[in-house]
Design a binder for this molecule. Structure first.
Ligand SMILES: NC(=O)c1ccc[n+]([C@@H]2O[C@H](COP(=O)([O-])OP(=O)(O)OC[C@H]3O[C@@H](n4cnc5c(N)ncnc54)[C@H](OP(=O)(O)O)[C@@H]3O)[C@@H](O)[C@H]2O)c1
Length: 268
């Protein structure tokens, strides 16, 4: 039996990852699905149960520390162990910093993307050490290269990388693996829900959505990478190239990023 906590499981990449894990592992999977929307979590749970998985739906706002800690405590009291924690819950944002009138929402974004992962992981460490388990952090290519229009979002993902890279080394002697996934543009509703400059749901994407990776492919890459305990999952050829180009020709990367921003919908 393998017990997996998956945050951000009500939609997008997390929901698809839950369905794929249930399809692959069936009755040997005990899954804890966390996000804020209980109804949507229940629908994902039904699909996973149909594959034989045992599922606990645990509505959670990862922007609240006590809820992150309660998520882990409830998992342990329900299933008695924890093998894998997938920190996937996250929000997006798209705005030029000069257009932001009040940065309160940037702080909230950090609370969700960084602190939600950090609080949940901290609470889960003793159980993960006991099982020699796995930690997965879903970052972003915007966490590898600073992207114009994404100051707040990129900051949250760079911060996640620092946290989980350090933790990876700390956990090595305990047999706990840390896998960081770096999706590029994936076809979910994340950009429509993300914050605009005013801190409201954008309602439109600030990116060119053509050529977005399918959510099925993204979830499969994460599933395969976590099974192998990969160090990093860099998702697209552009992402892999960008990572090296940043070391070799950083100003060229800046120019390409600026040109991409000017091609895309200019954020308001
Ligand atoms: N899609 C992309 O292009 C892309 C690219 C790079 C990285 N990523 C990362 O991949 C992860 C998943 O993104 P996605 O595209 O699947 O987004 P999505 O479709 O918008 O799903 C986001 C998930 O996170 C949950 N969530 C948001 N705020 C939360 C909160 N405060 N507490 C608990 N759960 C919360 C949402 O559920 P509720 O609303 O029900 O809470 C939902 O289940 C994110 O970390 C994102 O940054 C995505």
């Amino acid at each position: 039996m393998s017990v997996v906590i998956l945050t951000g499981a009500s939609d997008g990449i997390g929901a698809e990852l839950a369905r794929q894990l249930a399809h692959q592992e069936g009755a040997s999977l005990q899954l804890v699905l966390a996000a804020r929307s209980a109804d949507k979590l229940e629908a994902v749970a039904q699909a996973c149960r149909a594959q034989g998985a045992t599922v606990l739906v645990r509505p959670t706002d990862v922007g609240v520390e006590a809820e992150c800690r309660a998520l882990v405590a409830d998992t342990l009291s329900h299933f008695g162990r924890l093998d894998t924690l997938v920190n996937n819950a996250g929000m997006s944002a798209h705005a030029l910093l000069e257009d932001v009138p009040d940065m309160a929402w940037c702080e909230q974004l950090m609370r969700i993307n960084l602190w939600g992962s950090a609080w949940t992981t901290h609470a889960a460490l003793p159980a993960l050490k006991a099982s020699r388990g796995r930690i997965v952090a879903v970052s972003s290519l915007a966490g590898l290269v600073g992207v114009p229009g994404r100051t707040a979002y990129s900051a949250t993902k760079f911060a996640m990388n620092g946290f989980f890279e350090s933790l990876r080394v700390e956990m090595q002697p305990h047999g706990v693996s840390v896998t960081i996934a770096y999706p590029g543009v994936v076809a979910t509703d994340i950009r429509y829900r993300g914050f605009n400059a005013q801190g409201q749901a954008a309602g439109q994407s600030g990116l060119d959505e053509r050529g977005a990776m399918s959510v099925e492919t993204c979830a499969r890459l994460i599933r395969e990478g976590m099974a192998r305990r990969d160090r990093d999952i860099v998702m697209s050829a552009k992402g892999k190239l960008g990572r090296w180009m940043k070391l070799i020709a950083p100003s060229l990367v800046d120019r390409l990023a600026l040109a991409a921003l000017q091609r895309d919908v200019r954020p308001h």
